[in-house]
Design a protein around this ligand. Sequence first.
Ligand code: SF4
Ligand code: SF4
Ligand code: SF4
Length: 315
Amino acid sequence: MTAYIDKIKEAARRVLSEKKVDAVIGFKSGSVAMMTEPCLISSAEDVDKLVWDSNCRLNLANYAKGRKDKVAVIAKGCDSRNLVTHIIENQIKRENLYIIGVPCTGMVDKSVIKTMCPGDITAMTENGDDIKIVCDGSEKALKKPEVLQSNCKTCMHRNPALFDEMIAEPVKEQEVADRFADIKKIEAMSGDDRWKFFEDMLSSCTRCYACKNACPLCYCPTCFVDESRPQWVGKGLDPIDVRTYHFLRAFHCAGRCTDCGACEAACPMDIKVRLFTKKLEKDCFESFGWEAGMSIDERPPLDTYKVNDQESFIR
Ligand code: SF4
Ligand code: SF4
Ligand code: SF4
């Protein structure tokens, strides 16, 4: 992944110098190890701030929506699919967007690495699949496939679905035996066990909303959790309110979520929030053969009607 950075900088410098765009949205280094920050570069002189590595886990489509200027976005597979969703949902005009596509080999899960390297992690470097972590002053070698984010392990679209230029040849897409295996395991539980599973999973949620703030799909001017007339959901940590928030947010993402993992990566409590959205991704795929963000010419299943639609869910 780090090998792409020179090409990314070259493309960013060119589009800014040629005034093709007003700004480039990419990543810069974060203030602590294994973190990057989204950044907006509006001058060719600042392009050297950009970085690209396996810690660029946030979804940059989140920062392109609603802008009035023309922006370039450095986009891996999932970012590009959320950009497509924003074009379909009229949040971004195609003519105001320039997509610098990056073939992706996945992002690493910092929580998994922290479990494998307990202590003070001060640096991470990578070379292909070889990852080196400096933890409590000592170096530890890891292999990237062992520490990938769970969504990246089952990602079927690592190459951008839509782009104006690609900075490298496409990577080979993964062959995944069953990308919904984790969801099927939960579906197979008894009702009581499933309830307990989600009750335990959400017990540490602090309602910080990092998950919805990181998600490109959460762009309602007023989120339902903030409505006060009427108040749909209480604001405290009552388990009913916590569940209501998660269930309703997941349903808002039905047919739109690209399983980019930004919500989960942002959660300070390491809650597996994708289990909700992925269930709906599975249902959309099985009911309508739909995968979000693959084409700007196709309408999502939940805003179209076909006479031969399956309607088992309302019978
Ligand atoms: S979900 Fe796919 S495209 Fe997105 S970061 Fe993971 S591997 Fe890359
Ligand atoms: S719900 Fe999570 S996985 Fe889905 S698009 Fe939003 S941030 Fe990405
Ligand atoms: S980011 Fe985590 S702790 Fe915060 S609201 Fe979302 S699930 Fe809860």
